[in-house]
Design a protein around this ligand. Structure first.
Ligand SMILES: [Zn+2]
Length: 289
């Protein structure tokens, strides 16, 4: 059922209904998972590269720039392109109210965890503890030779400098690597690969875990995903009950109890507000629950 959200009153009504359902499911021992895609992070300033005309991808083809072939053929150039296009927006982004609301639902025992297609690490930054990143993360990098994994150093000073001036093009003479780039394995000296699933690479172990989690899932809340990317899009198909919160129609809309076409950063904080209204303890820090 598509829920029309034309004003605050309608938004608060559906938020209160979702809050009641989550409380009922917790009471009944149900397991609720969120499944998130690019749409939850657009309010954090991360452009969805599947949406045309977002600017970021006018200079490069993401499926080429973020491919296993381009990394394997020239890992140094891979970082040059990455640092001038897709990595800085991911590193600069901060969690928005939707990420924070999901973390709060998990702490209250209303959400079992989050399966995400996003590589930005914003769920963990917001405080979510159980997160399955089925397309990996830009927060760590691994050595393709020995497998050693290290945090991927975010060059904050370089990013700030870059934000003050026009972005240096990787091919211009003014190009300078930030300190520590391209990152190399301390043991082998090989250029490290970000732990992101690149185009042309198999899915990581976290996908298998997410797949298993969906078998035990009572309700899945899909947020900001058009459910177009296989095999990730098969996960919601394994779950009996669905709520979909996406601005565009998805392939699973017909199966969903509610299809809520309103921004995630508005509806999920409203669900938290509805829960707080029903039980003021919900607003306290987790240690007080
Ligand atoms: Zn190594």
């Amino acid at each position: 059922m598509v829920v029309e959200v034309r004003d605050l009153q309608e938004r608060n009504q559906i938020a209160a209904q979702i809050a009641r359902l989550l409380l009922e499911l917790r009471q009944a021992g149900g397991r609720v998972l969120a499944f998130t895609g690019a749409g939850i992070s657009t309010a954090s300033g991360i452009p969805d590269f599947r949406s045309p005309g977002t600017g970021l991808w006018e200079r490069v083809d993401p499926e080429q720039a973020m491919s296993w072939d381009s990394f394997r053929q020239d890992p140094v150039h891979f970082y040059q392109v990455g640092l001038t296009t897709w990595l800085p927006p991911l590193w600069r982004a901060q969690p928005n109210p939707a990420h924070k609301a999901l973390a709060q639902l998990e702490r209250a025992g209303l959400l079992t965890g989050v399966i995400t297609q996003n590589i930005d690490g914003l769920h963990q930054m917001a405080g979510s503890r159980r997160v399955w990143e089925i397309h990996g993360s830009v927060r760590t990098a691994s050595c393709p030779t020995c497998g050693r994994r290290v945090p991927l150093l975010v060059p904050h000073a370089w990013l700030a400098e870059k934000a003050r001036h026009a972005a240096p093009d990787a091919l211009s003479p003014s190009w300078r690597w930030p300190e520590g780039y391209p990152p190399r394995c301390p043991d082998c000296g090989v250029v490290l690969k970000p732990d992101v699933v690149l185009f042309g690479e198999p899915l990581p172990a976290s996908f298998e875990q997410a797949w298993d989690e969906t078998a035990r899932c009572t309700l899945m809340i899909v947020i900001g995903s058009s459910l177009e990317v296989a095999p990730a899009a098969y996960l919601p198909e394994r779950v009996g009950r669905l709520i979909i919160n996406n601005l565009q129609p998805t392939a699973c809309d017909e199966r969903a109890e509610w299809v809520v076409r309103t921004p995630a950063a508005e509806i999920w904080p409203a669900v938290v507000d509805a829960l707080t209204e029903a039980n003021p303890a919900f607003a306290l820090p987790p240690s007080a629950w």
